[in-house]
Design a binder for this molecule. Structure first.
Ligand SMILES: [Zn+2]
Length: 655
């Protein structure tokens, strides 16, 4: 088909025009030839027997397995954790392995670490002058002592014998200890007698079919990429301590009182909060000796725990999931009194709305860590301003991570949008459900506009450690959430997008999806190529700016038509959504598919008109982040809808 000259009218039946007008706003669209739309998918790994072109695990998909058995002692005098870890590592890959890599995250606190060089000491990820790191006293592989090769936060072990492919098993044993940092780069901490312990044992690095060994160091801003397995761990702590952690407590009769066990049993059957350690009981008492708390967690990528001698402990349940909160009363000033219910709220909302919660319990712990997620376990700020809503916001965010990346195990160190962005997207549903008069769209939109104005916007595909600190919260969290909300509302529609998102979760639960696996799954379920959308929102930093540059009405034998001339001032394209205002006071919403765009800066789209058009507005639902709102209207423009990020179905649970 020959190329159409841009000034040719689109093929509509045309009679003599009755009205001809041009955009009255005075905003002149910049007329230049934009980039062609097609997107080079060479950035995506080619389909393979491991990952298909439709975005699902292929017939030969494999991933490694790491099961751990850990036993440590918390020494609150030395402020030190020490003990042993045994890893049973299964090589399911088709490759013979001659080395394995482990992550030694505590080495961030070694003098001269890469992370301490990159992030200033008192920044969020800074080490604040703390000197720590792992002391490794013994490392064996299959019982043979080996010399570890430690490079910053990564450790390579050269295997005495090669590890066979497709099921070869290796036993790694490490005896270790580390001094607990007071400020653990906002991921762990201690505060007085309270300990929040994470990144606390040598963890297997991921060996996958895309990168081989993933040995990106832990610098501070980038999170974790971990293998799945079953983890049992024992924490020996001063006898007066209460330990909360990932997994199911294995020895309640040894560490809890009879009354506490009875209350816990009641909480497990109750949808109301039950006090396990009551406010009158939550104080430290001098108790000689130690107690060992044993936990077990199945199909997890990590475990974390916390301990204090004066925790108040509240619990409730939903659908068989025990939902718990542990907090110190003096530091939380009432903000945590309903935190077990908040925990339940998030688990229930995300289970009902997206995908069933995969674990038997969920725990929120108050402490100095601002907000950090681990399987079944989240660390959330004290809420020392006494504001339960700010505590809820963080609990709700961190619990959203139980799905991404705890259930769907993406590579957080490379692709923060795949966990932080997805979680922020989930949070929009939860927050508008809990606070019906609020709007979860405006904040992300304003944040994104700010970093664009500051010149620090970056493609979503940027690794988090390469982002400006001021851009992290937007590029990793809010911008991908905006993009997903847009994809859902304006591009695919809620029903189709929800189906695609659920299918991605189902396909990749307990697995390691790459970005391409997500893109391909969405396209496969939606039966649509979305090259333009990934290019514009994931790989680029452009801003969208469409303009109504002309409105023409025509009356002909078959009735009236309205022709809209739509200009784009940037390379970005988008399906065109317009609300027309008619002389008789009515309005009409029209949409035109993204396919109307070519490599020209303007397009003309036509539709039957019901009467005389007196005004028009792009984006009638107010939910497309068009950079320049001034050129989105023409004439006596109709009002947009109030902005809501999501529409919560009526009859949903109230507060
Ligand atoms: Zn997060």
């Amino acid at each position: 088909m020959p190329q159409r000259a841009s000034q040719d009218p689109l093929p509509v039946r045309v009679a003599a025009p009755v009205t001809v007008t041009v955009a009255p706003s005075g905003e002149q669209a910049v007329v230049r030839r934009p980039a062609a739309i097609p997107f080079d998918r060479s950035a995506w790994p080619a389909p393979s027997p491991f990952r298909t072109a439709t975005g699902e695990p292929g017939p030969s998909y494999w991933q490694q397995r790491a099961d751990y058995s850990i036993a440590v002692t918390l020494d609150t005098t030395a402020k030190r954790v020490s003990g042993t870890v045994q890893v049973r590592y299964t090589n399911n890959s088709p490759d013979t392995l001659r080395v394995v890599w482990l992550q030694l995250d505590q080495n961030l606190y070694r003098p001269g670490s890469k992370g301490s060089a990159k992030y200033s000491a008192y920044s969020r990820w800074g080490v604040r002058g703390f000197v720590g790191g792992y002391d490794l006293s013994q490392v064996t592989v299959n019982g043979v002592s080996v010399t570890p090769h430690v490079d910053d936060t990564m450790m390579r072990l050269d295997l005495p014998q090669p590890l066979a492919p497709r099921g070869g098993v290796l036993a790694i044993h490490v005896a270790y200890g580390f001094n607990v940092p007071g400020y653990g780069s906002d991921r762990m901490a201690r505060d007085g007698t309270l300990y929040e312990i994470a990144q606390w044992y040598p963890r297997m690095a991921v060996y996958d079919d895309i990168n081989g060994w993933n040995i990106d160091p832990y610098l501070g801003q980038g999170e974790f990429y971990l293998e799945y397995g079953d983890i049992e761990y024992a924490v020996t702590a001063p006898a007066g301590y209460t330990i909360a952690g990932t997994g199911v407590l294995q020895n309640p009769e040894e560490v809890l009182t009879r009354a506490q066990r009875d209350r816990l049993e009641r909480a497990a059957k109750s949808s109301d909060q039950v006090g396990i350690i009551l406010s009158s009981e939550a104080r430290a008492r001098p108790t000689p000796g130690t107690k060992t708390w044993r936990f077990r967690a199945e199909r997890v990528r990590d475990v974390a725990w916390a301990g204090a001698p004066d925790f108040r402990w509240e619990a409730t349940s939903w659908n068989g999931v025990l939902c718990q909160a542990y907090f110190q009363q003096d530091r939380t000033r009432g903000a945590w009194d309903r935190a077990a219910e908040m925990t339940q709220w998030s688990i229930r909302t995300y289970s009902e709305r997206f995908f069933p919660y995969p674990y038997p319990q969920a725990t929120s712990v108050a402490g100095p860590v601002g907000g950090m997620e681990y399987p079944m376990f989240v660390m959330v700020e004290y809420g020392s301003n006494g504001d339960p809503d700010s505590v809820f916001g963080t609990i709700d965010h961190e619990l959203g991570h139980q799905w991404y990346p705890m259930l769907v195990g993406s590579n957080e160190r490379r692709y923060a949008w795949q966990d932080e962005g997805f979680t922020t997207y989930l949070n929009a549903f939860s927050s508008e459900r809990r606070y019906p008069r609020t709007n979860a769209y405006e904040g992300p939109l304003q944040s994104w506009r700010r970093i664009v104005a500051d010149g620090i916007d970056a493609p979503l595909m940027t690794a988090p450690d390469q982002l400006e600190l001021g851009a992290l919260g937007v590029v990793a969290y809010e911008k991908p959430a905006l993009a997903l909300l847009m994809l859902r509302r304006q591009v695919l529609g809620a029903e189709l997008f929800d189906r695609a998102f659920r299918e991605y979760t189902r396909r990749w639960a307990f697995r390691h999806p790459t970005p391409a696996d997500f893109f391909r799954t969405v396209e496969h379920v939606a039966e649509r190529r979305l090259d333009w959308f990934w290019r514009d929102w994931w790989y680029g930093t452009g801003t969208l700016d469409l303009a109504i540059s002309g409105v023409t009405e025509r009356a002909g034998a078959t009735g009236r038509t309205v022709e809209l001339q739509i200009a784009r001032t940037t390379d970005l394209v988008f399906p065109v959504a317009v609300r027309l205002a008619y002389e008789d006071g009515t309005t009409q919403d029209l949409t035109f598919p993204v396919d109307v765009w070519g490599d020209q800066p303007t397009v003309r789209v036509t539709a039957p008109a019901r009467g005389r058009v007196i005004g028009a507005r792009l984006w009638p639902d107010g939910l497309v982040p068009d950079w320049n709102a001034a050129n989105d209207i023409w004439g006596n423009a109709p009002k947009p809808d109030p902005r809501r990020a999501v529409t919560i179905p009526k009859g949903g649970a109230g507060r």
